[in-house]
Design a protein around this ligand. Structure first.
Ligand SMILES: [Zn+2]
Length: 92
């Protein structure tokens, strides 16, 4: 198929860690997507988080701050295995 216009997936977001006050620039490769399945009482929900490289604290990345095309890319590489599986996945 011919792509007429690929979406812009360059995305970064500034974040100050609430725990250690490090100033960070979050890139899409840092964002972890997780789908939490619900049941009759609790609806399912999604989370977008990243981890501070200094203090290893997870923080939320607001879904509204992520362009749709970036969400798609992050979801594509989200591990399907259960919650918090695959430690070290984002180590560089
Ligand atoms: Zn921190």
């Amino acid at each position: 198929m011919k792509i007429i216009k690929a979406p812009d997936t360059n995305w970064t977001r500034k974040h100050t860690c609430a725990n250690c006050t490090a100033e960070l620039e979050v890139e899409k490769g840092d964002v972890k997507y997780r789908y939490h399945s619900g049941d009759q009482r609790d609806p399912s929900y999604e989370t977008w988080t990243a981890t501070c490289p200094i203090c290893k604290t997870d923080f939320n990345v607001p879904e509204s701050s992520l362009p749709k095309a970036v969400q798609v890319e992050i979801k594509k590489r989200a591990p399907d295995n259960g919650p918090y599986g695959g430690g070290g996945y984002f180590d560089r």
